[in-house]
Design a protein around this ligand. Structure first.
Ligand SMILES: [Fe+2]
Length: 344
């Protein structure tokens, strides 16, 4: 596929859209009405699975594209050969399955997944807002039996600054391969979102686990014990290809490696109302889009990434600075970049 006129025009011109305020966004504070769908799960449990957000046929084609992208480095990885799962035969993917560089977050499959109607509509429902922006977040290629990488140790955390309480951000991932209880993937602390404020009041003086951003809080052993004493259970979230998993940023979570032979692929998709982003945020986000670099899960691009991947401490000779298959963005997808909301 090649870049479309829409994508190219993104770099040169745009129209400015009005930014209306959200009206009936979920609050996740115990006072939301019942909806009779997955939103009730989200409110109660701090996470939810939206079954079939991406139709199975398209999910399978995206998984195929993701495999092809890995094979396209021509380093020796072949999807049907488990012995080829090795860091020397793959782009750099860390022990958590995260792939952050190589412009992967702007490959056509990543943009096609994050602009799938069933994905976008889920976030529109939560925020009661159609004017949303999306993160340019990591892609997860989790392979089993990675003896060539350090152990994937649990890092239970919240992706939200404890000093900014309340529901602020809904995170998401679109699952691309069958993902059962032992196949690795997202594990969440059931109901932990509702205990967040109480927890941080009690642990306000605890020495923090170092973090590169205040929008991340790591749980110590004492914190984990507190959650356990409150009766919180940790649950591995299972899913089929095409299912969208969403969770409140306050819900403690991390990811597990596969104990089976099943790889785990997913694309992180986090949306927020553009009304929550400043013009400066949008300019930074446009710059990230134009340079094909990533962001964190926060769609307002407070932190932007780099495509300079390292391999054994050196710049990876296989680094890429633009997607192999540039995205083809329709009008809806282009709005998700935030660019149309930049005031001229
Ligand atoms: Fe996280």
């Amino acid at each position: 596929m090649s870049a479309t006129t829409t994508t190219e025009n993104a770099k040169t011109s745009h129209i400015t859209l009005p930014v209306p305020a959200a009206k009936h966004a979920l609050k996740l504070d115990g006072n939301d009405p019942a909806y009779g769908d997955w939103r009730d799960d989200l409110v109660r449990d701090g996470y939810a699975v939206i079954k079939g957000a991406v139709p199975r046929e398209r999910a399978d084609s995206y998984a195929d594209a993701m495999y092809s992208w890995l094979e396209g480095f021509n380093l020796g990885f072949k999807r049907d050969d488990p012995t080829s799962i090795h860091k020397d035969k793959l782009p750099w993917i860390d022990q958590k399955g995260m792939c952050l560089q190589y412009a992967v977050t702007h490959e056509d499959f990543a943009w096609a997944i994050r602009s799938e109607p069933g994905v976008v509509e889920a976030f529109e429902k939560v925020y009661d807002d159609k004017d949303l922006i999306v993160s340019f977040d990591a892609i997860n290629f989790g392979f089993p039996n990675r003896k060539d990488l350090p152990e994937n140790k649990p890092w239970p955390h919240q992706d939200q600054d404890p000093l900014k309480p309340g529901f602020r951000c809904l995170q998401g991932l679109v699952n691309m391969l069958p993902n059962g209880p032992d196949d690795g993937g997202l594990i969440v602390c059931h109901g932990g979102h509702m205990l967040s404020e109480e927890f941080h009041r009690e642990f306000i003086n605890e020495e923090r686990i170092p973090a590169w951003t205040p929008e991340w809080f790591g749980f110590t052993d004492a914190g984990m014990k507190w959650l356990e004493e409150k009766g919180c259970q940790w649950e591995k979230v299972c899913a089929e290809p095409g299912d969208l998993l969403v969770w409140d940023s306050r819900t403690p979570h991390y990811n597990l490696s596969s104990k089976t032979q099943q790889p785990r692929f997913c694309v992180y998709t986090c949306f927020m109302p553009v009304s929550d982003a400043s013009q400066e945020d949008l300019l930074r986000k446009r710059d990230a889009f134009e340079r094909w670099v990533g962001t964190t899960h926060w769609p307002n691009a407070r932190h932007t990434g780099s495509n300079v991947g390292k391999r054994d401490g050196e710049d990876d000779p296989h680094n890429r600075f633009e997607p192999v298959n540039k995205p083809s963005l329709d009008e809806r997808a282009f709005k998700l970049t935030g660019i149309p909301y930049i005031k001229a």
